[in-house]
Ligand binder design. Sequence first.
Ligand code: MN
Length: 293
Amino acid sequence: MAEFYFPQSRFLGADSDPAQAEVVIFGAPMDATVTFRPGARLAPPRIRELSVAIETYSPYQDLDLEQMAVADLGDLVLPLTDIEAALGVIGQAAEQIHLTGQIPGVLGGEHLVSLPLIEAALKTYPDLCVLHLDAHTDLRENWEGESFSHATVMRRVVERLGPGRLWQLGVRSGTASEFAYAREVGHLISTQAGELALLVEQLKNKPVYISLDIDVLDPAFAPGTGTPEAGGLSSRELLEIISQVVSKLKICGFDLVEVSPPYDPSERTCILAATLLRELALATSNTERRMRK
Ligand SMILES: [Mn+2]
């Protein structure tokens, strides 16, 4: 069994018994492969602490976390420098949650934590698709000789899923060959209404894993991240996409990664991350009903 340490506060409204919860939150505080500015492993406790600043009720979805069974397990105890071992621990923790039909919601950490999380979901949901919201393609074959990195994570995911099952939204940075690969093996979409409608149409009956890199947002809204990239979504656009698009999907797991408190002096990124975590948890409330269809 995975070992957790518990920060001083639980995430907002996540006070259910883990055995009874629909959504089970935990932190994966790892940033070993971050290429530019580390710090993401400090995010889960800070996002929890700052979640007291927001309400449990979402006017966007007209849903309240208080009406939902959400648990918070705390943060995984991870080996600091053994990346493979850390990924194993993260994957195992998620697998346990899937076994009981619950939905894991994970706070990174860097984006490489999504790989074991998606592998774990794939074991339970063999026809899994992934919706990846990010500024970056994350499709490099390797990064400075490393095949497991936050810059290669979606390439490894595609290798496990097979073609046609990765949908990428908000991407605006990568090499020409990464963009070519993205178009060849997956779906690169914009926030244009027609493309979002097509996404819902094609994914609504499939189990979907949501991987949200905070840098999909413009650095004006989310400066606290390791590799910010200009030209991103506004926080309002992203909140609308979650309430109007993501909530229509059968979400079987989600993560929120790459928040970096050392680059977030105003703490606006961490507070926004808490809001996004609330919205993602609430967006799963349709999932159980949809799974039965
Ligand atoms: Mn990114």
